[in-house]
Design a protein around this ligand. Sequence first.
Ligand SMILES: [Zn+2]
Length: 152
Amino acid sequence: MKVTEKSLKARCTELNLGPLRNTTFGIKATRLNAGYTVELQYRDATPPQILAESVTAAEAAATVEGAAAGAAAVKVAGLDKPEFVTRDTFIRQAAERCPKCATKDIFSGHISVDKGSMIQKCSCQRCGLAWNSIYRLDDYELSLPVSEMVER
Ligand SMILES: [Zn+2]
């Protein structure tokens, strides 16, 4: 069956009102001059996530179905997109990403040190979330030997 702009939009509506109804996002396909764009639109203030850009109608349809299948699988597993990443994920990302929207466009500000831990005030330039990144003292290593420093 040939995919048209109309059939693609109808399919998105069908998915949004059906399998994706209770998820945190909906799916949207838009036809632009360069081709089709497929994006996820979150129901909160999270900016849309573009899945495909400048693709053909058939590719857009495949992207839409893939996203819907993925969302359905996640829903069955009971892992609907949580609002914030877990501590483990945050650590794995080395505090380089916003714990809510995952962008690296974050502002790292003031650091305060207190008995083996450091707290850095951070905020997200994209979603506006503010949080404290917590660092704990881990080890020490010697820098230049003292004798070398004296000789120089
Ligand atoms: Zn964010």
